[in-house]
Ligand binder design. Sequence first.
Ligand code: SF4
Length: 213
Amino acid sequence: MRVPVRSQLVVGAEVPATRPWVFCPAQNRSVDCAECRNCPRLVSFPESVSEPGAYVECNAVEPTPLGAPQDRGQTAPIGALATPRVVCVDAELSVERLSAAFREWSGVELPVIDKGGRLVGTILRSDFVRARRPGDARPSFEQTHRVAERVSRATALHESASVQHAVRVLASQRARTLILVQDEYVVVGVLTDLELLLGMSRLRRQPPEGSTP
Ligand code: SF4
């Protein structure tokens, strides 16, 4: 099976980006590519993990899904659906550089992380724009110095949570973006509501590993 290589880009020089990783279907968690390289299940490793579309080929066997095979679109872990690259913002980043980050990256919501890569909150593009309007009572971005002063509460789930659970959480919190975290709240991905729905439908159509086409 093909397992996409994931990476993180951190806007702000103070936080080093994590090394490339994959969401291991056998272990149901993100693992460093170095660990993957030494795994006995590995079939082939990409020449360059930084190439867009890079993937690891391995003969991992996914844990048996709960319920009927067609339920996989609901029982699969959300980590399997995360996008190949997650763009995060260093909490200590200056507001001027955040402005440049939003111009460069298309996301409407970017996770904010501390020096350990742990989730601090999110920063919303709409908030950024709204704060610049005249008459807004809140302190503007121009009056704040660090991103950490303006973060919003994030909707976050562990990467091993099921798709079904993620859909419920997004609906109950009326959120549109889900931040995926590992243990200790280290950020490993972002999923919008649309990406989650598309992922669900892709998993439903995909035959289970090992089945004959
Ligand atoms: S090669 Fe091993 S560690 Fe890497 S994804 Fe496959 S089973 Fe997981």
